[in-house]
Design a protein around this ligand. Structure first.
Ligand SMILES: *[C@@H]1O[C@H](CO)[C@@H](O)[C@H](O)[C@H]1NC(C)=O
Ligand SMILES: *[C@@H]1O[C@H](CO)[C@@H](O)[C@H](O)[C@H]1NC(C)=O
Ligand SMILES: *[C@@H]1O[C@H](CO)[C@@H](O)[C@H](O)[C@H]1NC(C)=O
Ligand SMILES: *[C@@H]1O[C@H](CO)[C@@H](O)[C@H](O)[C@H]1NC(C)=O
Length: 257
């Protein structure tokens, strides 16, 4: 197909060169979503907090701009960058000097970035013995990132200019892992590593990408594949237990398999 035809038939061109998914529209609008261990949470533009219960998103108490659910627990950050951990039925405040603007509990460690785009993490034991104190957070060197997400053996992040970084050799007792290495081909505005190691991201133009070939022995994977879940562009993505949850440009929610 020629480029001109591609512009005229943009949608069918996407279908030709990408993986199209079976997606179901879930009522509601969100700006961020995170799935882990079979649970799904999200927040909307007004920092209202929702959990997917039964077949729909149900509003719960709290005011968060980011939520995460995974092996390390359920965490969120408020619009003021205060960090909360869901413990004994309540979101309880956790001391993190300077706060965090984004947090990830997708593995046994907890990691996040603060407003200066420093990357911080705590090991499994510190998290389990929590609530963790200031001093317990390890500040990682070698990269300022706006978004950071961890899986079973690696963490991925993106910096201010959307370059994509990989941190290998992350373990439950060594959340700092090896030094950052760059995924040269990548340009993403957010990236999420699932609890099974799958890596998905969204770029600034709203393209949804999956990293192919990711494994414990090759955490960097091999290439990006475009995935289409929304008709007019993607804003946020999370993957768990075979389900891809996507927020589209207009805030609408897709549940895809
Ligand atoms: C993001 O990473 C790239 C590649 O390492 C670097 O050239 C760029 O300066 C970084 N951007 C920021 C804002 O740190
Ligand atoms: C880090 O992980 C890689 C696989 O990504 C492995 O080959 C290497 O041996 C690991 N290094 C250390 C110090 O564990
Ligand atoms: C960049 O992407 C191209 C095409 O997908 C691929 O052939 C090449 O190996 C990639 N380079 C790196 C450094 O990942
Ligand atoms: C949420 O805010 C974003 C950015 O301002 C906007 O693009 C989007 O339409 C808003 N979503 C809803 C449902 O109003």
């Amino acid at each position: 197909m020629k480029a001109g035809q591609c512009i005229l038939l943009l949608f069918s061109c996407q279908i030709l060169y990408t993986q199209a998914l079976e997606c179901e529209v879930i009522p509601g609008t969100l700006k961020q979503i995170d799935a882990g261990l079979g649970s799904v949470g999200g927040v909307n533009n007004d920092s209202e907090v929702f959990l997917f219960l039964g077949n729909s998103f149900t509003k719960i108490r709290g005011s968060l701009k980011h939520i995460t659910i995974g092996p390390a627990g359920q965490f969120g950050v408020s619009p003021e960058n205060t960090v909360f951990k869901f413990q004994s039925g309540l979101f309880r405040q956790i001391q993190v000097s300077g706060g965090l603007k984004q947090v990830d509990a997708g593995s046994e460690i907890v990691a996040g970035v603060n407003s200066l785009e420093d990357v911080l993490c705590i090991n499994k034991d510190t998290n389990n013995n929590g609530p963790p104190a200031n001093a317990a957070w390890t500040q990682l060197t070698g990269g300022r990132l706006k978004y950071y997400s961890c899986g079973p053996y690696s963490c991925w992040g993106v910096n201010f200019t959307d370059n994509v970084f990989l941190k290998r050799n992350v373990t439950s007792s060594s959340c700092g892992g090896s030094s950052f290495s760059e995924i040269v081909n990548g340009s993403l505005s957010m990236v999420e590593v699932a609890t099974d190691g799958s890596v998905y991201g969204v770029d600034y133009q709203g393209a949804l990408m999956q990293r192919l070939g990711v494994s414990q022995s090759n955490p960097a994977g091999t290439e990006w594949q475009r995935v289409v879940a929304c008709p007019f562009g993607h804003k946020h993505v999370t993957y768990d237990v075979g389900i891809l949850w996507v927020i589209c440009f207009d805030g609408s929610i897709r549940r895809c398999t």
